[in-house]
Design a protein around this ligand. Structure first.
Ligand code: SAM
Ligand code: SF4
Ligand code: F3S
Length: 442
């Protein structure tokens, strides 16, 4: 009987990439992917530690698994990802239902770890930082993504140590994968039907391997004929160097949405956060990009209610949002993380943070709606990805990553389709394909 593995993924796109690579890896020892967790022999949680409650979420989820499997044979329970890295032995002690722990830089050891456990029934944790071995191993195991849009991790870890952030502790120091390893993976994905590649890294634009930078990678991937679109995330403003900005001049495939987390609009707060850039420097990058290509739009991440944020600091964030006209942004209230510099700072009142978050999110929604409204009755390019749940329409994404639903056909999948936008809401554009204009969106 074949064995089945179910992976539940929390957190960022890098965890999603890792989860898919874990599926590719464990296949070698006989585990097939299942979407139905009840039939799993192995239940893996790929966890995120970025904000509070992450750890509790894991224990809560294990409680749920225990209930589901009460009358069945217990699956092998593995905790992977950033909580496993941060908490390691503690988790094995607290929750005996967990069998194995494996940190994000040790996935190349997952098959041996599982086989060893099956043989000896001895719990273990693997949490060394060894990205070189991880990617060397993963590059030998084909990335079997059959999606139209696929992630490709090019860089891991972070050396910037923003005072609020756990990433340098959970993912370790910055590491850039070898250039050719990435290009080979991109070509393999392209041969497998992938049309859009989203390059990933906690500091993706800090990528530097033997003087090859993110700009070189984009230009090389651009040469792969099957690839229609290239994106990258997440960038740090300080690493938006001129060579990368220049790529926007001539690239036909690099999409015009730049995700550039700023966190706060106040220089005082950026200093307290140890962000290593000012608002003036940030706006210089924004203006340079806009000058090169006026169609470029920006999205960002914001932390609201950072210790020390007063009304004036908050207003500066609000003004920045209006000035840059960010679309599709993420905003969260500051969450103190154990082990970081900001862990023990005096928090500002929760009700104030919540009020500020609401104001920011309203403005971000307004920006998004304005952007979507501006597309009404216009033709836009959409990469068709799959059918909607009711199978009646096609789901795709605009150049700005906005979800688009239109009256497409099976033959549209993986193609750039010209869609006339008929109706919009904040998160979705509804339209009709120019080629299928006699069919209505159901
Ligand atoms: N490297 C990226 C950068 O420089 O902005 C960010 C990567 S981090 C995984 C994603 C986002 O999580 C951050 O941009 C930040 O807004 C948010 N974040 C990180 N730590 C946080 C904390 N302690 N509280 C609230 N949000 C946090
Ligand atoms: Fe975290 Fe990004 Fe700062 Fe690194 S640069 S510490 S990943 S917020
Ligand atoms: Fe979370 Fe780790 Fe990503 S903490 S955001 S899963 S790098």
């Amino acid at each position: 009987m074949s064995k089945k593995i179910f992976i539940k993924t929390f957190g960022c796109q890098m965890n999603e990439y890792d989860s898919n690579r874990i599926y590719d890896t464990v296949k070698k020892i006989g585990y097939d992917k299942t979407e139905n967790y009840e039939e799993a022999n192995c239940y893996l949680l790929n966890t995120c530690h970025i904000r509070d409650k992450a750890k509790e979420k894991v224990y809560h989820e294990i409680g749920r698994v225990k209930k589901i499997f009460r009358t069945k044979q217990k699956p092998l329970v593995i905790i992977a990802g950033c909580v496993a890295q941060a908490e390691n032995q503690e988790m094995l002690k607290r929750e005996p239902y967990i069998d194995l722990l494996i940190g994000p830089q040790s996935y190349h050891k997952i098959n041996d770890t599982i086989l060893d456990y099956i043989k000896k029934k001895k719990k273990s944790e693997k949490t060394e930082f060894d990205p070189v071995s991880k990617f060397k191993y993963l590059s030998k195991i084909k990335n079997e993504s059959k999606k139209i849009s696929s992630f490709l991790t090019i860089q891991e870890g972070c050396d910037k140590f923003c005072h609020f952030c756990v990433v340098p502790y959970t993912r370790g120091p910055e590491y850039s994968r070898p250039f050719n390893q990435i290009i080979n993976e991109a070509k393999y994905l392209a041969n497998n039907g992938v049309k859009e590649i989203i390059l990933l890294g906690q500091n993706v634009n800090a990528y530097n391997n033997e003087n090859n930078k993110l700009s070189n990678l984009i230009l090389e991937i651009e040469k792969i004929p099957e690839i229609e679109r290239i994106r990258y995330t997440t960038s740090h403003p300080r690493d938006m160097t001129n060579d990368l900005i220049e790529v926007y001049k001539n690239s036909q495939k690099l999409m015009p949405l730049v995700h550039l987390p700023v966190q706060s609009g106040s220089d005082k707060i950026l200093g307290l956060m140890n962000r290593k850039h000012s608002i003036k420097e940030y706006l210089k990058v924004v203006d340079q990009l806009k000058k090169i290509n006026p169609n470029i739009e920006f999205s960002s991440d914001f932390i609201i209610g950072y210790p020390g944020e007063n009304e004036q600091d908050f207003k500066s964030t609000f003004e920045l949002i209006k000035r840059v006209n960010f679309i599709n942004s993420y905003s969260f209230i500051f969450s103190p993380r154990p082990g970081t510099v900001a862990a023990d700072l005096k928090l500002i009142k929760k009700s104030i943070s919540m009020e500020r978050l609401e104001i920011i999110q309203n403005q971000l929604s307004k920006n998004q709606m304005k952007m979507n409204k501006s597309l009404e009755n216009k033709n836009i390019n959409v990469l068709a990805e799959n059918f909607t749940e009711n199978k009646k329409n096609v789901f795709g994404r605009s150049e700005y990553m906005t979800a688009v639903v239109f009256n497409g056909k099976k033959e549209d999948m993986g193609k750039i389709v010209s869609v006339k936008v008929n109706q919009v809401n904040r998160n979705t554009l509804i339209g009709s394909s120019i080629n299928n204009s006699n069919q209505k969106v159901a």
